[in-house]
Ligand binder design. Structure first.
Ligand code: SF4
Length: 342
């Protein structure tokens, strides 16, 4: 499948399926996802809560806990001389251990909860640095202080001995970023890293990620529900709905000419400074359906303002590939629909 970018692929996800076994049945959280992250670029994965974006991110590092299970697809890592499928590796394979925290760094939504409360941030950093670089304790501590400085923590030589509860949420997120960066990863996966932070701290963390990305020439996969963040950070965008990628395109294309009705409705519900003063913003009607009871046909059809009765409620929409490689899963661009309309 073609992609809307010419840089080298670093990570290619194809047909990924991850489900959760529950008492009520299987929840297909990720249902045949195709995504590519290109070297040095930022892919933003966007969608409402429960669309499968975080499960997709966790599947990449095989961090899906039971009752979740990766059921199919491939995740190809191109960072080494020989590309390999992450899903084909045994749990004790050295390549998997090197990916986790080595080639791929990951930061999560709740920085305070992600750090161990009873160990200093320095001890946690030193441990990860030693695992991935083999440095001795003294050199690793020196490197930990450098990293804390690099992510903008004031007085790093003092803060290195602080416990997480002694730091603010923004500082803890900076520590998480330092941990994710300690092995110079080729890819940083950031799963809603600013959601729990106030707006000012959020802006600072985004600036930090942008700066570090430029300095380290890292690729970034940024998971978010915030289209403002997408506009600031993304080179490419994947829009997810109910476990599927419904649109993929370059960031300018998404904002200037969204193809999928879900993307259009998402964009219309975002306020624009100067335009929306005093007017009620449109919202997307209804709620995301329970994935256990996925609607037949296009799963967005009960909420879609452009749904075609007798078509969208029956057939799964095809993935349409446009010139330049952008894609949308929607019958509106299907030849057959064009014929119906002519
Ligand atoms: Fe809307 Fe039909 Fe397109 Fe789904 S396939 S997004 S229901 S127009």
């Amino acid at each position: 499948m073609s992609e809307p970018h010419s840089a080298q692929p670093l990570l290619e996800i194809s047909g990924l399926k991850t489900g959760f076994d529950t008492y009520d049945g299987k929840v297909p959280a990720v249902d045949g996802v195709d995504l590519t992250v290109h070297a040095g670029k930022t892919l933003c994965v966007v969608g409402e809560s429960g669309c499968g974006k975080s499960v997709t991110a966790r599947s990449i590092l095989r961090l899906v806990d039971a009752p979740g299970r990766i059921e199919g697809g491939t995740i190809t890592w191109h960072g080494d001389d020989e590309p390999f499928d992450v899903l084909s590796l045994n749990h004790d394979d050295k390549r998997l251990q090197r990916l986790r925290g080595g080639d791929i760094g990951m930061i999560f939504q709740e920085p305070v909860a992600s750090l161990l409360p009873l160990r200093t941030v320095g001890a946690q950093l030193v441990e990860v640095i030693r695992i991935h670089t083999g440095m001795d304790k003294q050199a690793a501590r020196k490197r930990a202080i450098e990293l804390l400085d690099e992510v903008g923590i004031p007085k790093p030589e003092e803060r290195v001995d602080a416990y997480p509860f002694q730091l603010s949420g923004g500082m803890c997120q900076r520590v998480m970023i330092a941990i994710a960066l300690c092995a110079n990863p080729s890819l940083l996966i950031a799963d809603e890293p600013t959601t729990a932070l106030d707006v000012t701290t959020q802006a600072r963390i985004l600036d930090l990620i942008r700066r570090l990305q430029a300095e380290h020439h890292m690729a970034v996969m940024f998971i978010t529900h915030d289209l403002g963040v997408v506009a600031e950070l993304a080179d490419e965008v994947a829009v997810m709905y109910l476990g599927k990628v419904v649109e993929r395109a370059g960031v300018e294309e998404i904002f200037a000419d969204p193809k999928h009705p879900y993307t259009r409705q998402l964009l219309e519900s975002v306020p624009v400074l100067g335009r929306d003063r005093g007017r009620d913003l449109p919202t997307i009607p209804g709620t995301v359906p329970n994935p256990l009871h996925r609607p037949k046909g296009c799963s967005f059809h009960p909420r879609c303002s452009e749904a075609i009765a007798g078509r969208c409620d029956i057939d799964e929409p095809p993935e349409v590939v446009f010139d330049g490689g952008r894609t949308a899963q929607c019958v509106l661009y299907d030849d057959q629909t064009e014929g119906d309309r002519a």
